[in-house]
Design a protein around this ligand. Structure first.
Ligand code: ASP
Length: 334
């Protein structure tokens, strides 16, 4: 059995920078072959890893275009017989790239993303264990049909719920609203929960690359004593907006008419900046509450966090989705 392994960079592939003494700190230097060579026990899986080194960058440098290319290459690998796909990348943007893949991946073969929190020069580097676990999940029957999965720290997370919740811990990834959907137990993959049913929005409505390049979606958190200045002129530069509101989806009352006016010109999606939980629909009634903002035309993102909501909205706009399609997509995925 073969698994296609795509490497994009990130901490898992970093090592000391020996050639340029002026630079300190680890940088992306390791190839997929290096990563594989560092994994004890990989041979026992009997898997053939078909390695493609695609990028060697810190994940803040990844783009939507990189991920669309990745999905196309991975699709070809599956058509050529790969039983599953593993991607190694930096963890900083992993929750966004995984969700982007999940929205686009049309196959039953598992698409597993992983990375590392400790680079290979450190004691207790977690990359090798994460890579081995990711390969096991990519090969496992229970992971088939579940779309994009994130595997780190012997846990399996659904792309839709996973968050990077800590800046440096090896237990950085969690799914605060749902918990992990599976665990690695010795060499077995134990799925304990079914991820939410997949919603295939982009099979019948492919993403137009040119349009994607031209589509800007802003993500604006509201803050204490917010004067709303960041929203000024936004409709001239952006085609969509995600607002990360307080709690269940609240903003200062002075911002409510500003957001309402923006919502007349572009989709404005309401999320919570809280880190877990859903925005509400009809509990609070003050100006700037969720009820008020919905009445002014904001779309509620349900349980989707601000980062994932932005991924979805940009993809929808790049696919030419009309206003009611945007609302119904968030209805189905949020
Ligand atoms: N800054 C790194 C990256 O995202 C962090 C990591 O890989 O964990 O590329």
């Amino acid at each position: 059995m073969s698994v296609a392994l795509f490497t994009l960079g990130g901490t898992i592939g970093m090592a000391g920078h020996s050639s340029d003494q002026r630079r300190i700190g680890v940088v992306n230097r390791l190839t997929g072959a290096d990563l594989i060579a560092a994994v004890p026990g990989l041979g026992k899986t009997g898997v053939k890893l078909d390695v493609r080194d695609v990028q060697a960058v810190p994940s803040p440098n990844l783009t939507f275009a990189h991920i669309l290319d990745l999905v196309e290459s991975a699709s070809r690998a599956v058509a050529d017989g790969a039983a599953g796909v593993v991607v190694t990348q930096g963890t900083d943007t992993l929750e966004e790239t995984a969700f982007l893949v999940d929205l686009l991946w049309p196959h039953a073969e598992p698409f597993v993303l992983t990375g590392a929190m400790r680079n290979p020069t450190l004691a207790g580097a977690d990359g090798p264990a994460n890579l081995l676990a990711a390969v096991r999940v990519a090969l496992s029957d229970p992971a088939r049909g579940l779309g994009a999965l994130v595997v780190l720290n012997d846990q399996v997370h659904a792309a839709r719920w996973v968050r990077k919740t800590h800046s440096s811990s090896t237990a950085a990834f969690g799914s605060p609203d749902a918990g992990p959907v599976g665990h690695l137990v010795e060499e077995r993959v134990r799925m304990v929960m079914a991820p939410p049913p997949r919603v295939r929005l982009f099979e019948s409505r492919p993403v137009d690359r040119e349009r994607l390049d031209a589509t800007r979606v802003a993500l604006v958190p509201v803050v204490l004593d917010d004067d709303g200045l960041l929203l000024d002129g936004l409709a001239e530069t952006h085609q969509g907006l995600v607002v990360a509101g307080f709690g269940v989806g609240h903003v200062p009352s002075a911002l409510a008419p500003v957001l309402g006016a923006l919502a007349e010109r572009m989709p404005v999606v309401l999320t919570s900046r809280s880190g877990a939980g859903s925005v509400f629909r009809h509990t609070y009634g003050a100006v700037g509450s969720e009820t008020d903002l919905r009445r002014r035309g904001l779309v509620d993102a349900g349980m989707l966090d601000p980062y994932k909501a932005r991924v979805l909205l940009r993809l929808l706009l790049a696919a030419g989705a009309a206003r009611d399609e945007v609302t119904s997509a968030f209805e189905r995925l949020g």
